[in-house]
Every structure is written in C-alpha cells, then in structure tokens.
Design a protein around this ligand. Structure first.
Ligand code: FAD
Length: 602
C-alpha cells in the first residue's frame, strides 16, 4: 500500500514564498540564465512524475528481492535497470552538474528537491545517482582537465556511475589508518591495491561503467590523515577515443546482507593492482574527498527528510481510513461502526510530529542549499564568505538531526498503523529499516556532533554559530511586536540567546576537561537542530500569518502551517530542556565509571 506523491505545493511554498530563491538566482551569474521560474517549475513537475511513477512503485518489491551476487557480478532487483535508464535519460543524474561537461547546471536548491523526491520514492534507488553526482562534484573540483573531459560527460549522462571507496574493515570513522596502497607507474598512472568494504554501488548492472573514487596511500606518505591521496579507478578502462576498453583489475568480492536498503548493492571491493589516476595533489586526498563527502552529508540528511515525508503521507491516509473506537467528544463518523483513528489526540500527536519534521526539515534543506548556491555562483566575496560559514555550520546539523528525526518519524508511521505497521505488506516497517542506515553512514551522528561542536563551533570561537544566530536575531528584531507571531518570536529570541550562552558554558568547561566536548556533543547537535527548526517554523508561521491576514484562496494550507508551527513550539521544542540539562550535567557522569564496571551485570 505504501505510496508517494511529490509534495510540490510544499516545495513551492518553501522555495518561492519562504526563501524567494528566484530573486537570489537572478543575481547570480551562471544561474540567472538557466534557473528561470518556468524551467524550474517544469523540472519539479517532471521529477515528481518520474519518481512517483517509475521509482516509487518498485520500492517494496525491490526490498523483498534485494540485490544478487554471483561470481563478482551484481544484479539489482527487477525493474531497477529500466527505471535507472529512464531516470538517466531525463538528465536527472546531472541535474546539478556542470554544463561545460553536459550537466544541467541547476541550482542546489532545485537538485535538492529532486533528491528529496527520488529518496522518498526509494532510498535504495536514490543512492546510485547520489553517489554518482557526488563523485562528479569531487572530480570537477579537483581532477585534471583530461580526467574531467574523459569521465564527467558520461557520468552526468548517467551512462557511467560513481562510487566512493573509503571504508576498510579496520578503518571506518578513522580513515587515517587505511591500508590501501597506490604505487606510481612510469606512465603517470598508479597501481591501486587493497580491499574496501561497505561500498555503495561498488558493482551493479545499471550502467556501462563504474568510476570509483578511492582513498589510498602513496609509498612515501606520512602516517595518518595527512598521508591519504585520492584516485580515480574505472571498472572498465577508457580508450583514447572515449570507448570502453578492457576490464580493470577491480572486482566485487561479495555483497552485504543487511537491515534495510536491500536494493542498494553494498559491496566488498577488491583492488588488485588496479589502474588508477591521481585526483588533486598527493597526500591531499581527504580534502578532495570532502568535496564529495559534504555533498553526500547533505544528501543523507535529505534521506532523513524523505523518510519522514514518505511515512507521513502514508500515515495520514491510513489514519483517515482506519476505523477504531469512538472519539471521546462524540461520534464523528455516524454512518460507520467506529471513527477513523485520526480523531484520537495521540494519533494526531504522531501525525503532527511527522508533519513538523518533514516540513521543517524541508525548509532546513533549502536554506542550506541556498548557501551552496551562493558559495558556488556568488560574486560578492563577503556574501560568499558568510554563506560558506553557514554551510559549514549547517552541514552536520542537516546530516545528523534530519536523519535522527527522520527515523523517529518512520517509527511513528509504524505506530499509527498499529500491528499492521509491523507487517511487511504495508511498507511501513521497510521505512524504519531503510532509514536506519542514514544515521550511520557518511559519519555517524556522534561524529557529526563532534564536527559541529568541536571543529565548527568551538574552534571558530563561536563564529560559525553566530553566522546563524545573527539571522535569527535579525528576524526576531524585525518581528518584535508583531502580534500575529509573538507566540513564536518570543521563545525563539530566548532560545537564540540561550544557544550562545550554552556554547560559552561548554567552551569554558572544555578548557578544564577535554572530555566535556564529546560528552556534550550529541545533545548539543540535537539542541541546535531543534533551535534551527524553531527559526524555520517561525519564518513559515510569519509568512502564513501574513497570507491569512491579506486574504487567500488557500486558507486551509496556511492555517495548517500556523497550527503546525504552534504544535512544534509547544510540543517539540521543549525537548531542548532535556538536552540543556544533559549538557550541563557534564562529563563526569560518563567518564567516572571504571571501564571494567560496564561488564559486572553478566
Ligand atoms: C549500508 C552501508 C553503506 C555504506 N556505504 C559506504 C560507501 O559507499 N563508501 C564508504 O567508504 N563507506 C560506506 N559505508 C561505511 C560507513 O560510512 C561507515 O560504516 C561509517 O562511517 C562508520 O564506520 P564504522 O562502521 O567503521 O564504525 P566505527 O568507526 O567503528 O564506529 C563505531 C562507533 O564508535 C563511534 N566512534 C568512532 N570514533 C569515535 C570518536 N572519535 N568519537 C566518538 N565516537 C566514535 C561511532 O560513532 C560509532 O557509534 C557504508 C556502510 C553501510 C552500513
């Protein structure tokens, strides 16, 4: 039953009404010509159709079938190759790609919407184009002209795919200890040897060729993260005329059997003196890979949004159909044996939580995407610097917060279906299984939290945080005394002030005890996520209140926005109190425990 319709009305609301991105694009050379309102509208309409008609219907069957591995060959589930071809032929893989090499050149705020749609349709399917687009971004930024000209056009066209080969059995979070080696050859190429695990789309039957971006160490490399280089390793060699040559010595040893995203091939990849080409400078590979990783981090955050949206849509339909018990305030469906469960306050609590997360996070994604566009296309150096700081601040929050609450929303989806939520036929348990990975790959929530608090906030003496809180402050000042949104602006202003003070307290505590950062980090990240969402909901509420006051034919839409904002502020935002208490409790309640005492109860 689980189904998906692209939420185009809400996407237009955020993009055009809340953030007015069209005015921004008009000022950015490179975007003004391509991203006019009509083209963007046509793109979103079409993406909505392609994803909901060709991909979403494959979601459940592809989960049941999974991927197949036989003698190094990986086959994706029935329907995937055809759907991928349709998707690639529409130009969707290269929707945000560089037009110089055949990409569509659309702003991130548009490609992020396409990403949301494809991920809501099928998280497993969405990973294949996501990895390809990320690899293209890294190649475009760091590879030689020759590599770009050879590889990018086919990758943007979707006839070749990309993969990201970082993880090894003993090296996940800590990439500084990888063992894969690259030996320089006389012709300027390298021979790459090693085994990578958990490689998404490392091998499959969707494209003619797969272009692996591989982290490896040169023979004389310094130890640790400063000794890592990045290599392009194709599955098939490419001849001088661009045609495919012989098979490179890279192969898939096996695929993983896992909790979810069964239709995404998670591969063990063996590189056996495979021919590779250096991307960027020697020993600077991690930085080059970060171009891809930052892209994927926002992409994985979008998976969290997509999970919330898909679960929400299905839960609303079910809650309207399922008849159980009567409303405590009298019969609502008099002609039925019972009322639909949507009448019950607790079901509404879950539905509104899902709605608040999906729509609030949509605003978070487009706000972050807007910064990507300013950094990439802007000409005003000051504005670019600000956007870059904001982007650095938002990326770990978007990745970790959106996936944590996306998973929560997927769980509410199961709960609303009752026992049926646990039954595979309805598709809700798949949402939970599929969305669980998003909190792990591309850096776990714990690692994103350390990045946010340690590297982004404390190491910049709070400057990164201020890049966001200044915006909130300006909004609160501008709306001071605005009766229509006072209920949001007052608590938001208090929270914004507390955010800075809390950060100072953690910074002071960390000067005395370095464990304080790690002890506070995940609570700090979640606090920050709820605070960001409070700002986005306040902005959306202001706009909705204005529309309602001016008179609108869409009264229901804007009233629902205001009511969801109210729900968010009154019922979700208080979660920040728990996070503050946990943060201020300090590191000692974690670190005082003797390591041996963890095992005394069994
Ligand atoms: C389905 C799937 C697809 C994947 N796709 C890819 C891919 O395409 N390419 C790729 O290269 N990798 C991929 N990965 C690997 C993924 O990115 C890693 O699993 C992830 O980064 C975590 O690494 P790990 O599993 O080794 O966990 P570990 O690094 O061993 O971490 C274990 C736990 O310790 C915590 N931890 C570790 N270090 C610290 C620290 N310093 N401070 C606090 N806590 C810490 C972590 O947060 C985690 O909770 C994939 C994994 C899966 C399961």
């Amino acid at each position: 039953m689980a189904d998906y319709k692209a939420p185009l009305r809400d996407m237009r609301f955020v993009l055009n009404e809340v953030f007015d991105v069209a005015s921004l694009w008009a000022q950015l050379p490179g975007l003004a010509e391509v991203a006019d309102a009509e083209t963007v509208e046509a793109i979103l309409e079409e993406a909505g159709k392609v994803t909901s008609r060709s991909i979403a219907p494959l979601n459940r069957a592809s989960d049941e079938e999974g991927c197949h591995w036989k003698d190094t060959v990986v086959t994706t589930p029935t329907g995937f190759p055809q759907a991928y071809q349709t998707y690639a032929e529409g130009g969707w893989v290269g929707v945000g790609g560089d037009p110089q090499y055949g990409g569509m050149g659309m702003p991130k705020a548009v490609s992020a919407q396409v990403e949301e749609m494809v991920n809501s349709s099928s998280l497993a399917f969405g990973l294949y184009p996501m990895l390809t687009a990320g690899a293209c971004l890294s190649l475009n930024a760091h590879a030689s002209e020759e590599l770009k000209a050879t590889y990018l056009p086919n990758m943007y066209a979707g006839t070749w795919a990309g993969s990201m080969c970082l993880t090894e059995a003993h090296a996940g979070t800590d990439l500084g200890i990888i063992r894969t080696r690259a030996e320089p050859q006389a012709d300027g190429s390298y021979k790459v040897t090693g085994t990578k695990i958990f490689i998404t789309g490392g091998e499959h039957d969707l494209t003619e060729n797969i272009i692996h971006l591989v982290l490896a160490k040169l023979p004389d490399a310094p130890a640790g993260p400063k000794g890592i280089s990045l290599f392009l390793v194709p599955k098939f060699m490419v001849n001088a005329d661009g045609s495919l040559g012989e098979r490179n010595s890279v192969s898939c040893g096996s695929i993983e059997h896992k909790m979810g995203i069964q239709a995404s091939a998670t591969c063990v990849m063996n590189f056996d003196a495979a021919v590779g080409y250096l991307v960027g400078e020697p020993n600077k590979g991690l930085a080059a890979m970060f171009t891809m990783m930052n892209y994927e981090r926002l992409g994985v955050g979008i998976q969290g949004l997509a999970s919330a949206e898909r679960s929400y849509q299905n839960a609303v339909e079910y809650a309207r159909d399922r008849l159980q018990s009567r409303s405590p305030t009298g019969l609502k469906a008099k002609d039925k044996v019972a009322d639909p469960i949507i009448v019950h306050p607790d079901v509404r609590r879950m539905l509104l939580t899902m709605k608040a997360f999906a729509e609030g996070n949509r605003a978070m994604v487009y706000f972050t995407a807007k910064q990507v566009d300013i950094v990439k296309y802007g000409t005003d150096e000051e504005a670019k610097k600000k956007a870059d700081a904001l982007l650095a601040f938002m990326t770990p929050i978007a990745k970790a917060f959106m996936t944590e609450v996306g998973f929560e929303a997927a769980n509410h989806g199961v709960q609303i279906y009752g026992g049926h939520g646990f039954i595979a036929e309805w598709g809700m348990e798949q949402n939970v299984r599929d969305s669980r990975i998003s909190m792990l790959y591309e850096g776990t929530t714990g690692i994103q939290a350390l990045d946010l608090l340690g590297r982004k906030v404390l190491m910049t003496q709070g400057e990164a945080l201020k890049s966001f809180t200044k915006i909130v402050h300006k909004f609160c000042q501008a709306n001071e005394g605005n009766e229509a949104v006072n209920e949001f602006v007052t608590p938001l202003a208090q929270l914004n002030k507390e955010w800075g003070e809390l950060t100072m307290k953690i910074g002071m505590a960390a000067m005395k005890d370095r464990e304080e950062v790690g002890a506070a980090s995940v609570d700090y990240l979640m606090y920050s996520g709820y605070a960001c969402l409070a700002y986005f909901w306040a902005e959306m509420a202001r706009l909705a209140a204005e529309k309602l006051a001016a008179g609108t034919s869409e009264e229901a839409f804007y009233t629902a926005k205001l009511q969801t904002a109210r729900f968010y502020f009154q019922r979700i935002l208080p979660r920040t109190r728990t996070h503050v208490a946990a943060i201020l409790s300090g590191a000692s309640n974690l670190m005082d425990m003797n390591e041996e005492h963890f095992g005394l109860s069994y």
